[in-house]
Design a protein around this ligand. Structure first.
Ligand code: SF4
Length: 377
């Protein structure tokens, strides 16, 4: 099984914290779609022997596309790739785009999973983030989404300036009142090159408070679990049966192809594994998508092992002991039973052991990447 990711690199305006690749020049949408068609065609041989079980429209803002623009792209994917009958089709949407036409598009194109960028149900938080929509719109769209679509995910952000634990708990409460199938809470991070980063540098905004963010995250884990959600990856919670198939496939290192500027791909050719990424440049992409490659690399055995460690640990199934045994053999180090590093992580309450794997504790989830780095080859 394999996935297709389509990056729609357009936004109405910039949210100040965001470092995803996008442009606000919407005149480029049609030329972009023409280039996308070429790229879909030229990469199809890479997944010639695979069946596609997930298609993901991410961004940017996919909900800026019209019905016919999404339909044409889906038609092209269906023409070129071998699609499973129960394919998961996800579309990311911003609340301000959820018009009557948008809901018609979702139904008529049989988009069966919606990922909503709500971020908050409070105006002051949305203002801090410079999101376009207001809290009233978050409520209205959340309600409509869960009645119109069977599989809905809410994105929420925590740790904005001036936000208290109580305010975050209110956001969680509001989100849960709609019983979405999936929730992804993210801590606000300070990314270089963003307006937020520059404002912090100039002393006009405060950087996120890490201790408070950790408390908010632990609170979210406890509340979502209490309400029947499975914490199946660092920032992802789902009701049973509603994990994001697309993301799970990526974490399990199934192949996927990414299309559009900045998109990443992972695929196999014979016994070899490759990762590649497109340049984050819409003009180069439109001029020639096949020449707009940023990098392409064949993964070494060491890189494959480190990916397995990182991606395994991030999931609730944990890092399989067999991968760890392979790691110890590869590194010529002590057998895992005698690894003092593991004992140390365990004594710090960052990992637990099951008979088949090593899993992160709740505290471990707050430091997932650092714990993985400790175990890298
Ligand atoms: S957060 Fe989303 S809507 Fe805002 S600029 Fe980034 S990609 Fe666009």
């Amino acid at each position: 099984m394999a996935g297709i990711y389509v990056h729609i690199p357009f936004c109405r305006r910039r949210c100040n914290y965001c470092d995803f690749y996008f442009t606000t020049d919407r005149k480029l949408i049609e030329p972009f779609l023409a280039a996308l068609k070429q790229e879909l065609e030229s990469k199809a041989p890479l997944l010639a022997n695979e069946r596609i079980d997930t298609i993901y429209f991410g961004g940017g803002t996919p909900s800026l596309l019209t019905f016919s623009q999404i339909r044409q792209t889906l038609d092209e994917i269906t023409r070129l790739y071998d699609i499973e009958s129960d394919v998961e089709i996800t579309l990311e949407a911003n609340p301000e785009d959820c018009s009557d036409e948008f809901w018609r598009t979702i139904h008529e194109l049989e988009i069966n999973r919606l990922s909503l960028g709500l971020q908050s149900f409070h105006d002051e938080k949305l203002n801090h983030l410079q999101r376009k929509h207001k809290a009233g719109k978050s409520f209205e769209v959340a309600e409509k989404a869960v009645t119109e679509v069977k599989n809905v995910s809410f994105d929420l952000i925590f740790g904005t300036e001036g936000e208290t634990l109580e305010l975050w708990q209110k956001d969680i409460e509001h989100a849960l009142s709609f019983s979405p199938q999936h929730i992804s809470p993210y801590s606000l991070t300070l990314e270089k090159g963003t307006p937020f980063f520059r404002m912090v540098e100039r002393g006009k905004k405060h950087p996120p408070n890490n201790n408070l963010q950790e408390a908010m995250f632990l609170d979210a884990i406890a509340t979502f679990k209490k309400n029947g959600y499975e914490h199946y990856e660092v920032s992802n919670f789902a009701r049973p049966g509603f994990r994001s198939k697309h993301n799970v496939n990526c974490w399990k290192r199934h192949p996927y192809l990414g299309f559009g500027p900045g998109a990443h791909s992972f695929y196999h050719v014979a016994e070899k594994q490759f990762r590649e990424a497109n340049l984050k440049n819409i003009k180069h992409y439109i001029a020639s998508p096949s020449k707009a490659l940023d990098f392409k690399e064949e993964l070494s055995d060491k890189e494959i092992l480190n990916e397995q460690i990182l991606l395994g640990l991030r999931q609730d199934c944990g890092l399989n002991m067999d991968v760890l045994k392979k790691r110890c053999k590869f590194a010529g180090s002590e057998p895992i039973e005698r690894q003092s590093k593991l004992e140390e992580l365990h004594s710090l309450n960052l990992i637990t052991f099951t008979h088949k794997s090593i899993c992160l504790t709740e505290k471990g989830f707050t430091l997932a990447d650092s714990v993985a780095e400790e175990l890298f080859v």
